[in-house]
Design a protein around this ligand. Structure first.
Ligand SMILES: [Zn+2]
Length: 380
């Protein structure tokens, strides 16, 4: 850690009075915030409350990454921007607002699209990264860069009425890849632009991210490391899942295969290899309804079953398929299933290599089952 300044000015003592009153913060904590450097990726819905609360709290240096311009349709949720800023760069609009909130904060503006060529250099300059992006390619990029650079990644995501947040810190717990080993196939998960998002939702999730970033800088409290917080605005309910580090994780596991940044667009844009041995969710429902000799083998992780499960399925996580292949009924048709169909394709290939012949992969996984067959099965 860098040197922490030794005292606050008179104006800072006045400004941060309500922090200084808190024994858990006090002047030493406020000085830590002042010495802190946080990178906010994205000046949008999550970035708005994130950057505004971090600036107001007195985080000394805020890095901001964005390359977009403000559009009218942003204003329903991206509250750092105002109507007068429509058509101007988001970075300039956000910077003006943050300077007004707290002129003591040093802003470092990165008017770029984060990619494999610049991510490590930018992220390496900060203590904490707060990810306010809205696409999978950037999310995996931010995750891998944070793991490689040894930085905590304060994660949040939102869609429709639901949001989630966690802190991915590979030194202390799982990373994003440990939890989400594969990106969804392109087009499967709609964007907020396609599916909509409640305007206040990023206010809740972005504020949680700001809280976690501040706690990390203070070095106090119990952060979301190893926990995924799920928020449902419609039910007004928070749930929490325990996340485990995956020793086989390709970036933070025991034998990492990702040692430098990869091409994230192609990683997230690649469709699984076409294979005749597939079955759609609707076809599977038909096979089950007709009483065909079909056994669903769900290869997802146990925590995913807590969220959504197939009725009557055998459960063997992908990592245990080689060791437990002998438990599977070789005379039935095995339908391999996972979240969205990519891990189950790997399981199918492993079993095919072991001599199984009656194998089908469920296209789109339990997500397709929920969308096409049984909407009562929760999506995640
Ligand atoms: Zn990992």
């Amino acid at each position: 850690m860098k040197t922490v300044p030794s005292h606050l000015s008179l104006s800072e003592l006045r400004r941060y009075g309500r922090h200084l009153t808190l024994p858990e913060v006090g002047e030493p904590g406020q000085l830590r915030l002042k010495a802190g450097r946080v990178l906010v990726v994205g000046a949008g819905g999550l970035g708005s409350p994130l950057a505004m609360y971090l600036a107001a709290a007195g985080v000394g240096t805020l890095g901001l990454v964005d390359f977009d311009a403000v559009e009218e349709s942003n204003l329903q949720r991206q509250i750092v921007h105002g109507t007068a800023a429509i058509g101007t760069p988001k970075l300039a609009s956000m910077a003006a607002r943050l300077r007004d909130i707290n002129p003591n904060v040093t802003l470092e503006l990165h008017a770029v699209r984060l990619d494999r060529t610049n991510a490590l250099a930018i992220i390496g300059g900060y203590d904490v990264v707060a990810d306010g992006t809205d696409n999978f390619a950037t999310r995996y990029l931010v995750n891998d860069a944070c793991v490689l650079a040894g930085k905590p990644n304060v994660y949040g995501s939102i869609l429709r009425f639901e949001g989630q947040a966690s802190v991915f810190d590979a030194a202390r717990g799982p990373c994003y890849r440990c939890v989400f080993p594969e990106p969804p196939p392109p087009g499967i998960v709609p964007s907020c632009a396609e599916a909509g998002v409640l305007g206040v939702l990023p206010g809740v999730i972005g504020s949680i991210q700001a809280t976690e970033a501040i706690k990390i800088l203070l070095g106090s409290g119990d952060t979301l490391v190893g926990r995924l917080l799920l928020y449902d605005a419609m039910e007004m309910r928070f749930r929490e899942l325990t996340l485990k580090k995956n020793p086989g994780c390709p970036v933070c596991g025991d034998n990492p295969t990702i040692r430098e940044l990869i091409d994230y667009e192609s990683f997230c844009g690649t469709q699984p290899a076409a294979d005749a041995a597939t079955v759609s969710a609707r076809e599977l429902a038909g096979l089950l309804a007709r009483g065909e000799d079909v056994v669903i083998v769900d290869v997802r992780e146990p925590f995913e079953l807590e969220i959504a499960a197939f009725p009557g399925a055998l459960h063997v996580p992908l990592g245990q398929i080689p060791a437990r292949a002998g438990e599977l009924p070789a005379t039935s048709t095995l339908v391999l299933a996972c979240h969205r169909g990519q891990r189950s394709q790997k399981a199918l290939e492993i079993l095919r290599g072991r001599g199984f012949t009656r194998l089908r992969n469920l296209t789109g996984g339990i997500d397709a089952w929920s969308r096409e067959v049984d909407p009562a099965v929760p999506r995640y």
